[in-house]
Design a binder for this molecule. Sequence first.
Ligand code: CP
Length: 321
Amino acid sequence: MRDPIFPHCHLLGIEGLSPLEINRLLDLSDPYVAQNRGSDKASKNLKGRTVVNLFFENSTRTRTSFELAALRLGANVINMQIGSSSVSKGETLIDTAVTLNAMHPDVLVVRHPQSGAVKLLSEKVNCAVVNGGDGSHEHPTQALLDALTIRRRRNKIEGLKVAICGDVAHSRVARSNFYLLLTLGAEVRVIAPRTLIPSELDRLGVQTYTDMREGLRDCDIVMMLRVQNERMTGSFIPSVREYFRFFGLDREKLALAKPDALIMHPGPMNRGVEIDSDVADDFERSVIREQVELGVAVRMAILELLANNLSAKRVDSDGEE
Ligand code: CP
């Protein structure tokens, strides 16, 4: 039977998910945190299933944690090496996906530099698809692990003041977090230079600040974003030195947030650009490592849920299983 609350076979983004659906994903992730902290991390919940990681962009956290998540659930995992695949001979994304799909994987986890590429791919295959980050569009599992981290630390998300600071214009992490945090009732602020604030934010109901000292005032959560030089085609920031002075998180600016405000960063960090090592490594306040840890739990829950929904769908549609 498909999950009654989250019956979908793909996770392509957070946009459009209901509070009930988001909370379902967080609730399913929670028990895996304890399991991953124990000595026996293995289960057989996905025994016999196959997960393929198809990453057209570099990744440390997302790719490794999906692999670990699948292994801990007893699934078989294939990590496609894009550089040595037939993509280098000119094979398209869709042809690659259709080829892999012919080998009957259960879940494809896909990261791609083009916004919308993962959704397009999901329409061409009959396995479950998870978006591991598409261009500057969405990175849904990052927002879910961020939410799980906040919820476990603060026991709620509704009513919290969350500042998302930095290169919002190019950030799929920010976009997925806007949808998730606003859906669950948080107050979301964006703090960035004017050149890095996208115009769509007014429509979403996000408050924008170009003065970090003003924007951080009274915040419960300070989420820093990486300056994404690889996605910048023009001159968005004057210099690294200027950027850090006005928009880098250091001890002095952090003092304007609540005294117990949590520091978050999706990683990888540019130390000395958007965040000072002094605050990044302050383990009283910084939950950056915990975000990585909880990423495995969230990805275990998602792989299991989607694979089971897919099995139920196949039974419903043609009695295949
Ligand atoms: N946060 C994140 O997506 O990190 P990776 O690029 O290392 O996967």
